[in-house]
Design a protein around this ligand. Structure first.
Ligand code: CAA
Length: 247
């Protein structure tokens, strides 16, 4: 029986590529989506199915604990337990701090960071009981280095890796690994929203001279979900074209 992989934010730019990577690796993939985006999720599912790429979809507002609980029980009753969780749901509300409103802070923190608690909490005990699991949190280069206009996003994304390191220690003896992948600027709707001028400025700062592609992130996520990646845990991996280097 194929292992089940849930990708939150699974119909977004990076999320879609991760779904496809994991499907190619033999997982039964579920793309989680934000309830107001149901039409888009269903259309995407049909389009992929017509091209021979089958995956399931599941609705849930991951910023809510109750909604996340419902989403997971729906998946469990339809398909079975979740063995792989990719916490990929994320939004931006860029604003310089002097102008940032509480709702912009809260929206980003709850969607990008609370969501990691809300969804992981539903599946981690089962993974430990079954003795196998893979959790990958999608963070960002901007969580590592900070970004002008993103105090909310940078805080949430840095928090994601703190979560990774702490949980990794708690589950390490039960066959469950927890890792972070930190993309740089990837060509998706999220980066497009910055406007042409800001995009060009950012590209000029990237040593590779271009934005990344969703596939380039998904490939790494796929590797971390492999059986042979069992000794890798609590780690952060950068996919950023050289924009930020650390070790
Ligand atoms: N460093 C220093 N100063 C900067 C700056 C920077 N990076 N960017 C802008 N400024 C300066 C401007 O020159 C301007 O200066 P003056 O007031 O002296 O003229 C001032 O800051 C503008 O400040 P405002 O408060 O008026 O800002 P704004 O309304 O013009 O726009 C912003 C601010 C929306 C944050 C805009 O700068 C922006 O979109 N920046 C990009 C943020 C970004 O990188 N977002 C990433 C989105 S993609 C993503 O998040 C995915 C991922 O993981 C990488």
């Amino acid at each position: 029986m194929a292992r089940i992989a849930l990708v939150t934010g699974g119909i977004g730019g990076i999320g879609t590529a991760i779904c496809e990577e994991l499907r190619g690796r033999g997982f039964k993939v579920v793309a989680g989506y934000y309830p107001p985006e149901q039409e888009q999720a269903e259309e995407g599912q049909k389009k992929h199915a017509a091209e021979g790429r089958e995956y399931e979809i599941a609705s849930g507002d991951v910023s809510s604990f109750e909604d996340s609980q419902k989403m997971i029980s729906d998946i469990e009753s339809r398909l079975g337990p979740v063995d792989v969780l990719i916490n990929c749901a994320g939004i931006t509300r860029d604003k310089t701090f002097k102008k940032m409103e509480p709702n912009q802070w809260k929206a980003v923190l709850s969607t990008n960071l609370d969501s990691i608690f809300n969804v992981t909490r539903q599946v981690v005990n089962g993974m430990m009981e079954r003795g196998w699991g893979r959790i990958v949190n999608i963070s960002s280069v901007n969580g590592q280095r900070g970004q002008f206009g993103q105090t909310n996003y940078s805080a949430a994304k840095a928090g994601a890796h703190g979560f990774t390191m702490a949980l990794a220690q708690e589950v390490v003896r039960k066959g469950v690994t927890v890792n972070t992948v930190s993309p740089g600027y990837i060509a998706t709707e999220m980066t497009e929203a910055m406007g042409e001028e800001v995009q060009q400025q950012i590209i000029s700062e990237i040593p590779m001279g271009r934005m990344g592609t969703p596939d380039e992130v998904a490939y790494l996520v796929g590797i971390l979900c492999d059986d042979r990646a069992c000794y890798i845990t609590g780690a952060n991996y950068e996919v950023n074209g050289g924009l930020f280097m650390s070790f």
